[in-house]
Design a protein around this ligand. Sequence first.
Ligand code: RTP
Ligand code: MG
Length: 148
Amino acid sequence: MQRTFIMVKPDGVKRGLIGEIVKRFEQKGFVLLNAELMTIDQSKAEYHYEEHKAKPFFGELVDFITSSPVFAMVWEGENIIDVSRTMIGKTSPTEAQPGTIRGDFAFKKEENVIHGSDSLESAEREIANFFDPLQLRSSDQMFKNRKS
Ligand code: RTP
Ligand code: MG
């Protein structure tokens, strides 16, 4: 079972898309392990986007992600890293297919509503940047007392 880090970006929160995005992941059958509405500080943002440090858009990217609250989440499910990237759609909303989150809701590359980890390594690193490992139960633990 894989875990991934999913984040509704400031534009998605402002536009009231948290519920729609959570709904899509729940409908797919993934399990929400933790979530928090939070304002990201500069150092967490720079660490999160470290791979883009040398790119010309890095400063704007960090300014944007720290500009107002994001909705950070950890989700679990089979093959969730690849599947969630497919559900999210291409980085550029003009290329993202209808039916994907970016295809349906975004129209600007710089404001593309949602982030999802792109590999096992980045998922682990991103989850640890935003959540305390002790506050992350597995879905088995969460549902062990559930009847049915
Ligand atoms: P994300 O990390 O946010 O899930 O997006 P991604 O994997 O699809 O795209 P990535 O290449 O990791 O880029 C991170 C974010 O940087 C912004 N970006 N701006 N101005 C530009 O040319 C440019 N290129 C990328 C996007 O908002 C992208 O989501
Ligand atoms: Mg990325």
